[in-house]
Design a protein around this ligand. Sequence first.
Ligand SMILES: [Zn+2]
Length: 297
Amino acid sequence: MKEGEHRILGHEVVGEVVKKGKNISTLNLGDRVAVAPNIGCGHCYLCAAGYNNLCNDYEAFGINLDGGFAEYMKVTDKAIIGGNLMIIPENLSFLEASINEPFSCVYNAYESLKTSPIDNVLIAGAGAIGLLHLILSKIAGAKKVMVSDISDDRLKIAKKYRADITLNPSKVNLKEEVFINTGGKGADVIITACSVPSVQEEALNLAAKLGRINFFGGLPEGKDSIMFKSNIVHYRQLKITATTGSTISQFIKSMEILSNKEFDIQGLITHTFGLEEIKDAFEKVISGKGLKISIVP
Ligand SMILES: [Zn+2]
């Protein structure tokens, strides 16, 4: 971007088709659509394998293309050809469907972890993303889902979303509690849904033998080095993985899950603001109060 140019942010976008190019046959005016924000180049080996989220030459709404914090958003031909627009199922509202972008990223993690009914799961972080991991782990039938967070308010919400155990590491010994609650085994699946290096380090000490760990939240630039005993990974045969963004295929699948309406999707959106109130919306996000905050232009 050149100096002086502005970028419209917003990469969790839903909307209605109000105008279309003459060659667009797959969409009609009035269609309600959700936008998968990452557009792959379409021809590299990663795109060819379906990993548009990992394309080296990707474009993204709200990052290097104008995003959704606006009344109108232009969708490029590349995005339409790439399958980045998806018709929203009839039983989902715009607000509910707007959750699909983060939910598809959570679904990407789920595919890497293959959580099943024999797994005890630990989710570190009970913000909106942690809650989505909790919801999906419950839908996947996990044996027991533990959620940890230093905020009791957030843990209360996790309880509402059917967390089996909530743990506040500022008040209890997390390691002891995880081992007590798993019959001395440790957690089979651990998801770090926060951006705290020490949480990633600690995750290795909480994992069961054959445990799978997903470093879901990226770490801040410059604070992205962690220390751990390599032998823990070795002798416990751990799998450490991570996922970033989501593929078009995952975006479609996670929308299917949303449309099953197995949980209170709308409840995750605690505040909505008009476009003219966008400053207040950002202040609300920074305050840490609320979960998902939506802009309704
Ligand atoms: Zn590509």
